[in-house]
Design a protein around this ligand. Sequence first.
Ligand SMILES: [Fe+2]
Length: 215
Amino acid sequence: MKNLILKQMEVGPMENFIYFIGDKETNDVALIDPAWDINFLLEEAKKNDLNIRAALVTHGHYDHTNGVEGLLKVLDIPVYINKHEADYFKFNWGYENVKKTESGDKLKLGNIEIQFIHTPGHTPGSQCFLVNNNLVSGDTLFINACGRCDLPGGDVEQMFDTIYNKLMKMSDDTIIFPGHNYSDKEHDTLANQKITNPYMQYDNLMAFIGKRMPK
Ligand SMILES: [Fe+2]
């Protein structure tokens, strides 16, 4: 989509992917998973003439959220977090700025529309962001992997449901933009992932649990 800004940046010591997503006409963008180096992210926005209008959080883990507080000190913008994640992690980011999202909610930025999709499993309120056929997937889905389910708040049965009943039912030309640079590809189509992602090869929950959970 030619009007779309989707800028992927690897930031911090844990190979996190942080994104600007927005509208090329207005240069209004959302910052997805503000973490690690807010000065760098603000500089990048400035260099590219982008107006950061909102922050979006894929999930509450430290490596995806440790910049939210610093960002809010500089910019008075809304922070969109799934309601289940907000309830679970109880961040102290300020009542005014936090916007709790539900699956299916949409956010307009200039002429683009971002859809929020609740994808529990890695955490109770993990969410992915869909713009046209681009899916920013956080730690729910990586290229050729998926998020862990054995951390506090993780749920392997929910992850199975998320992958098989939500993500795999999306259009095959969906492009996955993950939350970490854990593969030799920075993004991939869902069609390819259905072939190469080892976590997409199961037709039953028990086999998936056997693969995903520690032995
Ligand atoms: Fe995570």
